[in-house]
Structure formats: structure tokens, C-alpha cells
Design a protein around this ligand. Sequence first.
Ligand code: ZN
Length: 95
Amino acid sequence: MGNWQAWTQEQKDAIIERLAARGFQGRCPMCSRNAFVLMDGYFNTQVINHVLPGVPSPSNNMPTIAVICSNCGFISHHAIGALDLFSVFGKAAHR
Ligand SMILES: [Zn+2]
């Protein structure tokens, strides 16, 4: 795990460029610093549609990239689909 790296530099640049193009300012809403860093990897959060005790719930996954405030630890999730980043993810399988 020591040399684990989810993103190539090209992919990091593309994600950051996409966030900037969509108006991401980089100011943390919790501590007001400009200290966000891109998390190396992404979340694939399970979205539960129904709550039925004891019964497995149908669900979907919401893939998100995340930027983390290196000052206060606040995590900001950004939907991969909304940012149209699936093409960037696709390149990961072919490097
Ligand atoms: Zn912060």
C-alpha cells in the first residue's frame, strides 16, 4: 500500500481544472481558509431508498470525488456525474 496512488497527475489536473471551471473557489465554508487538497481516490457512497427494519434495502451508488480542508478536516464531496468526470475515470483503466 506504500506506493498506492489512485490518480495520475494528468487525472488530478483534469479534476482540479473541472472544479475551477464550475466555479469552485477553494475557500473552506467551515474555517474560511484556502487549504483544500484533492483526496487521492473517490467515494462510492451507497444511497438507501427505503428503510425497512430487517429487510435489505434496494440502493444505488453515488460516486464522488472529495476535496479535504487540510486545516480543519472538512470534506467536500462533488458528484462525478455532475462534473462530467467519467471520461477522466475511464483513463485510469488504460494507463
Ligand atoms: Zn477548513
